[in-house]
Design a protein around this ligand. Structure first.
Ligand SMILES: Nc1nc2c(c(=O)[nH]1)N(C=O)[C@@H](CNc1ccc(C(=O)N[C@@H](CCC(=O)O)C(=O)O)cc1)CN2
Ligand SMILES: Nc1nc2c(ncn2[C@@H]2O[C@H](COP(=O)(O)OP(=O)(O)OP(=O)(O)O)[C@@H](O)[C@H]2O)c(=O)[nH]1
Ligand SMILES: [K+]
Ligand SMILES: [Mg+2]
Length: 458
C-alpha cells in the first residue's frame, strides 16, 4: 500500500481566519520539519502544536507564520504520521504553504485520500468512511446525528453480526455434510438453515424499513408550498423558516422561481420549496415559474396547499387538489382575519383524509397547529427514537435489497427441495453482498470510485 506522504488544503476555499494544510504519511514530520523554523518537530511530543515560521526552501526566506500540529501514528485520523500546518486563512497564503510542501516532495492528495487511508489502514470500514462524507454534507441536525452514529460503527456492527450469523450457519452445514454421523442429519441441517436465514432476512427487512426515513433525514422531507397567486405561500415560507427569505408583496405573481430552504419543524427536517402561484398567464417569466411549480409538485413528499379563506374557491384551486391527489397533503385556509368567503365544507370534501388547518399568517395564528400537523403526518412520533440505526445511503439500500433477495432465493430453494450445497451458494452470496456494505468484499475500482466522490483534503 502507498504510504508516501500526501498533502492537501483541508479547509474550505475562501478567506477565513485560519486555513490548514494537512500532511499524512511516513515522511510527514520530516518533510514539515525541513520547512519549519521553530522547535525540532521530529523531537516534539505527539499531539502537540508549535509556533514557528515556514521557510520557502528555494529562497530560504520566511514564507508564512504558522502553527504546526504533530500527530504520530497510529493514533491519528489516517493511522499514519500527520502534520497539520495552520496558516493565515487567505487564498494566497494557504496556496503558498501547499506549494512549498509539495516542493518538499509531498504528493498532492486525491479527493478522499486521507479518509481512504483511514479505511485501508483499518481504522474505519467503508460504511464509516461514507458516513464521514454524509456528515460533511448533512443539511440538518438529524441528518448529522444519523451520520455520526454510522461513523461510530453502528451500522457496521449490525451488518457484521448478520454476516457472522450466516457464516456460522454455513460452517454448521459444512460440518454436517462432512461428518454425517446421524441419520437425521439432513433434516437438522435444513432446519438450522431455514431458521437462521429467516432471522437474517427479517433483520434486513427491518433495516430496509428505515431507509425511507433515512432518506428523509438525509435530504429533508421535500415539502412544496403550492397555491394560486397571492394566497400567502411566501408568507408561509417566511413564517416556517423564521426569516424573510422570500419576497412578499400584495402583487399576485411576486414569486417567479422556486425558492428552497432547509428548516427543522419539530424535529422533522424539511426541504421547503416556495413556488410561483399557479395560474394561466401570458407573462413568459411567470409562465416558466408556473411550469417549475408543477414540476416541484410532482417531486414532493409533502404538499402544503394554501387557499384564501377570504376568497371563493376557484376552478384553479380545485385543479390543485386534483394534482395533489394521492400525495401527502396539508390544506391551509389562510387569511382567516378576513371575512369568510370560502366554502369550508367543500374544502373538507376535497381534502378527504388530509388535515385542514386555518391560519392567519399576518396575525401569526394557527402556526402551532400547522407545525403539529407537519410533524405528525409523516412520523407519528417514530422519528423521535434517536436510538434507531437508519440506513440512509443509496448504495447500502441497494445492497440490502440484493441480500434480502438472495436469502429469499435460498428459502425458495429449500422449500423446493434443492440440495443443501446449492442453497449454500445463495447464503454465501448474501454474506458477500453484506460484506460490500462494510467494504470487506469490495473491489478496488469501487473503492476508488467511492472515495473520489469525497472533497479534496478529506
Ligand atoms: N485539526 C483537525 N480537526 C479535526 C480532524 C482533523 O483531521 N484535524 N478530523 C478529521 O476528520 C475530525 C476528527 N476526527 C478524527 C478521528 C480520529 C482520530 C484519531 O486519531 N483516532 C485514533 C484514536 C485517537 C485517540 O483515541 O486518542 C484511532 O482511532 O486510532 C483523529 C481525528 C474533526 N476535527
Ligand atoms: N390579510 C391577510 N393577508 C395576508 C395573510 N398572509 C399573507 N397575506 C398577504 O397576502 C399578500 C400576498 O402574500 P404572499 O406571501 O406574497 O403570497 P404568495 O402566495 O407568495 O404570492 P405569489 O408569490 O405572488 O403567488 C401579501 O400582501 C401578504 O402580506 C393573512 O393571513 N392575512
Ligand atoms: K404576492
Ligand atoms: Mg410568493
Amino acid at each position: 500500500m502507498d504510504t508516501d506522504t500526501i498533502a492537501a488544503i483541508s479547509t474550505p476555499t475562501g478567506e477565513g481566519a485560519i486555513a490548514i494544510v494537512r500532511l499524512s504519511g511516513d515522511d510527514a514530520v520530516a518533510k514539515a520539519n525541513e520547512l519549519f523554523r521553530g522547535k525540532d518537530l521530529t523531537a516534539v511530543d505527539s499531539h502537540t502544536m508549535h509556533y514557528g515560521k515556514l521557510i520557502d526552501p528555494e529562497t530560504d526566506e520566511i514564507a508564512e507564520e504558522v502553527m504546526a500540529s504533530v500527530m504520530r501514528a497510529p493514533k491519528t485520523f489516517t493511522r499514519e504520521d500527520i502534520v497539520e500546518i495552520n496558516c493565515h486563512g487567505g487564498l494566497v497564503s494557504v496556496n503558498r504553504v501547499l506549494e512549498i510542501v509539495l516542493a518538499q516532495g509531498a504528493r498532492l492528495a486525491e479527493p478522499g485520500e486521507f479518509t481512504k487511508r483511514a479505511f485501508l489502514n483499518g481504522r474505519i470500514d467503508l460504511s464509516q468512511a461514507e458516513a464521514v462524507m454524509d456528515l460533511i454534507r448533512a443539511k440538518t441536525d438529524r441528518a448529522m446525528n444519523v451520520a455520526l452514529k454510522q461513523m461510530d460503527g453502528r451500522l457496521s456492527k449490525l451488518i457484521q453480526d448478520l454476516r457472522q450469523k450466516l457464516l456460522e450457519t454455513l460452517a454448521h452445514v459444512e460440518v454436517n455434510i462432512d461428518y454425517p454421523e446421524y441419520d437425521d442429519v439432513e433434516e437438522m441441517t435444513n432446519d438450522v438453515m431455514e431458521e437462521k436465514t429467516a432471522e437474517v432476512r427479517d433483520e434486513i427487512a427491518q433495516l430496509l424499513q428505515t431507509a425511507k426515513q433515512g432518506k428523509i433525514l438525509r435530504e429533508g422531507l421535500a415539502t412544496a408550498i403550492i397555491g394560486r397567486p397571492n394566497v400567502g405561500k411566501s408568507s408561509l415560507m417566511n413564517t416556517l423558516v423564521h426569516e424573510n427569505k422570500a419576497i412578499v408583496t400584495e402583487i399576485p405573481g411576486t414569486t417567479r422561481d422556486v425558492i428552497e430552504e432547509y428548516v427543522n419543524v419539530r424535529g422533522v427536517p424539511l426541504r421547503l420549496v416556495d413556488t410561483a402561484g399557479i395560474r394561466e398567464t401570458e407573462d413568459i417569466v411567470e409562465r416558466i415559474g408556473v411550469e417549475r411549480s408543477r414540476q416541484v409538485l410532482t417531486e414532493a413528499d409533502l404538499i402544503l396547499l394554501v387557499l384564501n379563506y377570504g376568497d371563493e374557491l376557484t376552478e384553479e384551486d380545485v385543479k390543485l387538489f386534483e394534482a395533489a391527489r394521492d400525495m401527502n397533503m396539508i390544506v391551509l385556509l389562510n387569511k382567516t382575519d378576513l371575512d369568510q368567503k370560502i366554502d369550508i365544507e367543500r374544502v373538507k370534501e376535497l381534502a378527504g383524509d388530509n388535515p385542514v388547518i386555518s391560519t392567519s399568517l399576518i396575525q401569526e395564528e394557527g402556526i402551532d397547529q400547522l407545525e403539529t400537523a407537519i410533524s405528525s403526518t409523516f412520523f407519528e412520533g417514530e422519528l423521535d427514537s434517536g436510538d434507531m440505526t437508519y440506513v440512509s445511503n443509496v448504495r447500502h439500500v441497494q445492497l440490502l435489497k440484493q441480500a434480502k433477495q438472495a436469502l429469499e432465493d435460498a428459502r425458495e430453494g429449500m422449500e423446493m427441495g434443492v440440495p443443501i450445497d446449492v442453497v449454500q451458494i445463495d447464503v454465501t452470496r448474501t454474506w458477500e453482498i453484506l460484506g460490500e456494505i462494510v467494504g470487506d468484499t469490495v473491489g478496488e475500482s469501487l473503492i476508488d470510485e467511492l472515495f473520489s466522490q469525497f472533497c479534496l483534503g478529506k
